[in-house]
Design a protein around this ligand. Structure first.
Ligand code: GTP
Ligand code: MG
Length: 197
């Protein structure tokens, strides 16, 4: 699946301009700057497919990518600490929440957490929203290259304890780094399995 071509095909700034539902979608969600766009690039092997930036708030719309006509990857604006006007942030969040709750073709959400940063109330809010909407989410730790092995182990246990509290959490946590490629093949294999189901 990930050997096929991946292309950008739609950008939505408002919910009334979503692309018509087609093949299964996987959405990449997480706080601003967590590494959503970088992970899409790492998984598709394309450096500049999704635009990544050290400045939080880089992704400003829902970006839809077509992967071999079999899967759609959706890069979302981040929640949390984006440096944008409050009203703009609220618009993003409303769009994100409504999309996550109501999109019929949404197969799974990859919920990204930065391995270096503690869980925030906004992360738990999103998990609760997904519980309520019964949308399966898989937690992905990002930037694992930035932690020493011992700290990474502690982080894994902390996050797994949180996942155990959420009925919609997929039980397998994936540790990744878009810099070193850690965990990328695992994620690709899991997404490919979803498409085959
Ligand atoms: P928004 O679009 O603003 O919500 O951010 P995002 O979640 O798409 O994050 P993005 O992919 O733009 O990455 C944010 C910053 O984190 C960039 O400076 C990346 O280079 C850095 N980054 C992303 N992945 C990794 C990683 O695996 N390891 C390290 N060390 N840095 C990373
Ligand atoms: Mg982004």
């Amino acid at each position: 699946l990930f050997a096929s071509e991946c292309t950008f095909f739609f950008g939505s700034q408002t919910l009334d301009q979503l692309p018509p539902p087609g093949v299964a979608e996987i959405a990449f969600a997480g706080r601003s700057n967590v590494g959503k766009s970088s992970l899409i690039n790492a998984m598709t092997g394309r450096n500049r497919l999704a635009r990544a930036s050290s400045e939080p708030g880089r992704t400003k719309q829902l970006n839809f990518f077509n992967l071999g006509d079999r899967l759609t990857l959706v890069d979302m604006p981040g929640y949390g600490f984006a440096k944008a006007a409050k009203a703009v942030k609220e618009d993003w969040q409303n769009m994100m929440f409504t999309y996550l709750r109501g999109r019929t073709v949404l197969q799974r959400v990859l919920l990204l957490l930065d391995a270096r940063i503690e869980l925030k109330p906004s992360d738990r809010d999103v998990m609760e929203l997904l519980d309520k909407a019964a949308v399966v989410f898989q937690v992905v730790l990002t930037k694992c290259d930035a932690l020493k092995p011992g700290r990474l182990d502690a982080k894994r246990r902390e996050v797994e304890a949180e996942m155990a509290r959420h009925p919609a959490a997929y039980p397998h946590l994936v540790l990744t780094s878009s810099e070193t490629g850690m965990g990328i093949d695992t994620l690709r294999a899991e997404m490919a399995r979803l498409v085959e189901m």
